[in-house]
Write a protein that binds this ligand. Structure first.
Ligand code: HEC
Length: 160
């Protein structure tokens, strides 16, 4: 059965798009690196909305808070199997990535998945209360941020 995307893009177009995606788009950068950095950008955006509401930087909005928390849950459940590929640390690829080789000494994808599971659990707890008011967000956001931080501290090159 042809997918909707296949029909919209047309048979030849989608094949070209698929091979471009696997080869890294227009030849700029490693596709696994781009995928994980993009995923992180989405984490950051949604966490940022909630963080700003918790701090009172933007007005609390139950719908927006719920949407951001739901997005974090969904993002944490997306398989990251292809993102944490061997030979994609900054020891292999230089400045293109901030992933430290330490991840691969500690199990690679399996370790990333372990921290991801903690993050997922914390995001589910956050989503359960995000619509209940501004005061509920901060305490539930803490454990989510801690999971992000656990991974960043161990496996992300600090900005210098
Ligand atoms: C499994 C480990 C792990 C978890 C969990 C994790 N991160 Fe990351 N994050 C990384 C690594 C490694 C990088 C550097 C990626 C690269 O440059 O290839 C990164 C990069 C980022 C970036 C910069 C993206 C860019 O364009 O370079 C942001 C923003 C970010 N993370 C936010 C978050 C937030 C918010 C969370 C939690 C909701 C989170 N991360 C959870 C490991 C993780």
């Amino acid at each position: 059965m042809k997918s909707a995307v296949f029909r919209i893009c047309g048979g030849l177009g989608i094949a070209a798009m698929a091979s471009a995606a696997l080869a890294g788009g227009h030849g700029d950068g490693n596709p696994a690196v781009k995928a994980r950095q993009s995923h992180m950008t989405l984490y950051g955006h949604n966490l940022g909305v909630l963080g700003n509401m918790a701090r009172g930087n933007i007005e609390y909005d139950a719908g927006a808070a719920q949407a951001a928390a739901d997005n974090l849950v969904l993002l944490s459940q997306v398989s990251q199997r292809g993102y944490w590929a061997p030979e994609t640390s900054n020891a292999d690829l230089g400045d293109e990535t901030r992933l430290l080789p330490a991840l691969f000494e500690e199990g690679g994808f399996a370790r990333a998945q372990e921290i991801g599971a903690q993050l997922s659990e914390a995001a589910v707890a956050l989503a359960a209360v995000a619509g209940e008011g501004q005061a509920a967000i901060g305490p539930a956001l803490g454990p989510v941020g801690q999971s992000c931080g656990t991974c960043h501290e161990a496996f992300r090159q600090p900005n210098n």
